[in-house]
Design a protein around this ligand. Structure first.
Ligand SMILES: Nc1nc2c(ncn2[C@@H]2O[C@H](COP(=O)(O)OP(=O)(O)OP(=O)(O)O)[C@@H](O)[C@H]2O)c(=O)[nH]1
Ligand SMILES: [Mg+2]
Length: 246
């Protein structure tokens, strides 16, 4: 597998009202990597777009934005970002949250691992991975969700719900992101399940997930509920999913 040139790697960051986090996020990414950054903003109303545009004018070669008309959901934001990356001929992408829960030093490790792996999953649930400042109920929901999905889908990946993952672009082309119907946590599970069905090896790398300090969570009880039945739908759709992969 050929090593990646970092200006052919795109970090995709979906944003919805993250104004307090953008400057620190970019500072961290700049300090640790040379990758390009694409924001997919869903019409934030708190000035997120303004700060992104200011940063873009200072670094037009590295920072990009897709502006969507309204809050259309995390899953479709990533799909739009993946399609943009494919069209712009990037070799690999990394998914990353804007709220500083994903650390730039871990991003650098994921990028390095993409030199030798097709799929790199940032994992809280392997040795040296973890979560910082999470209450017990949040830990139980997240760990329980990963375990539940692992059993039903028959996958070995420990952190199925996590959203800090790296993908070589041919993998994304193969799993056909446009056909993904899930949102929220299930979106992350479905991506990994499709990569698994397509026969790609999934490499897990330890990350530390830090609870957000600024801004509001956009995750809801509905998104957790979705995961409970949607994982069964995925398991049952195994055959038809394989058929939709080109
Ligand atoms: N473009 C876009 N971004 C979104 C949407 N929902 C969430 N995001 C972004 O997706 C990332 C993850 O959302 P969070 O609300 O942090 O979800 P979470 O990390 O599971 O929840 P917290 O731990 O409470 O932060 C953040 O960068 C959000 O700004 C959406 O509908 N559209
Ligand atoms: Mg978050």
């Amino acid at each position: 597998m050929a090593a990646l040139n970092l200006n052919t790697v795109l970090v995709i960051v979906p944003t919805y009202n993250e104004v307090e986090n953008i400057a620190a996020l970019l500072e961290g990414i700049f300090q640790h990597t040379d990758a390009h950054i694409l924001f997919v903003d869903d019409n934030s109303t708190d000035g997120t777009r303004d700060i992104i545009r200011t940063k873009m004018s200072a670094h037009p070669e590295r920072i990009f934005i897709l502006e969507r008309a309204g809050k259309l959901g995390l899953g479709t934001a990533y799909v739009a970002g993946f399609k943009w990356a494919i069209a712009q001929k990037y070799q690999a992408v990394v998914e990353m949250d804007a709220d500083l829960s994903h650390r730039a030093e871990d991003l650098a490790k994921i990028l390095a691992a993409l030199n030798i792996h097709d799929v790199v999953v940032g994992s809280r649930y392997i040795e040296n991975g973890g979560t910082l400042n999470w209450g017990l109920s949040r830990q139980l929901i997240s760990r329980g969700g990963s375990l539940y999905s692992r059993i039903i889908l028959g996958m070995r990946v420990r952190d199925l719900t996590g959203g800090f993952n790296g993908w070589r672009v041919p993998v994304l082309k193969k799993i056909n992101p446009d056909s993904i119907k899930s949102e929220g946590y299930t979106f992350q599970i479905e991506l990994k399940f499709r990569a698994h069905l397509a026969g790609f090896k999934i490499e897990e790398l330890p990350i530390i997930f830090v609870e957000r300090r600024a801004g509001k969570s956009k995750m809801s009880g509905g998104i957790v509920f979705e995961a409970i039945y949607r994982v069964w739908q995925l398991a049952l759709a195994r055959r038809s999913m394989i058929a939709t992969m080109t």
